[in-house]
Design a protein around this ligand. Structure first.
Ligand code: GDP
Length: 197
């Protein structure tokens, strides 16, 4: 998919405040610092469309971007930031789970995980919840350029083995590097394929 236009639409503090759900929507989520903003910017060919936030976990808003005037890219706030209070964490969990469960134009959720790490509890729990809730999602490995290719392959295989402990069918997996601008086109192809434009 060629990105002709990508523009910020709005930030929402509640799922009910999100733009009218009248076009297909694709959302991105992951732990703070996973490389979400960098990947979105790389895919959109934009330097700072999604802000790479200085303080992880601070921006707890849902950000909508209109792409090619016919689909929404949604940047969800990063989860798993330790330095927030329990109340803040609960509010935040409510914001994202309500968004995910209620957003009726959501076609797919991309769950980002750092390709350098072994499967982390918080990511596995979130993935588990997506599976149990019947949310269509894919897993995106980020920062692949930081590892040798054979290590990336091994880490992806380890991740699959972990998921296979619970699930027979696995979601689509993507390996990406925002730094090298790799892998984002596979995500965009998937979006094009699953979208009706
Ligand atoms: P976010 O909090 O998930 O939005 O993460 P950011 O996009 O702000 O990235 C967090 C840090 O990881 C920043 O220092 C980025 O420069 C770095 N980073 C993000 N993506 C990549 C990548 O693909 N390769 C490398 N080497 N660094 C990356």
């Amino acid at each position: 998919m060629v990105i002709k236009t990508a523009e910020f639409v709005k930030s929402s503090g509640k799922w009910q405040e999100c733009p009218e759900p009248n076009i297909p929507e694709y959302a991105f989520i992951g732990r703070s610092n996973v490389g979400k903003s960098s990947l979105i910017n790389a895919m959109m060919n934009h330097k700072d469309l999604a802000k790479t936030s200085g303080t992880p976990g601070k921006t707890q808003l849902i950000n909508h971007f209109l792409v090619n005037e016919n689909w929404y890219l949604t940047d969800l706030p990063g989860y798993g930031y330790a330095k927030v209070s329990k109340v803040q964490r609960k509010d935040f969990e409510k914001l994202i789970t309500n968004y995910i469960l209620n957003r009726r134009n959501l076609v797919n959720l991309f769950v980002l995980v750092d390709s350098r790490h072994s499967p982390q509890k918080i990511d596995l729990e979130f993935i588990q919840w997506c599976g149990e809730s019947g949310i269509p999602f894919s897993i995106v490995f980020t920062k692949a350029d930081k590892l040798k290719p054979n290590v990336v392959i091994k880490n992806v295989e380890d991740y699959k083995a972990e998921l296979h402990k619970t699930w027979e069918d696995l979601p689509e997996l993507y390996v990406t590097s925002a730094e090298k601008k790799e892998g984002g086109d596979n995500i965009l192809n998937f979006i094009q394929k699953t979208n009706e434009f």
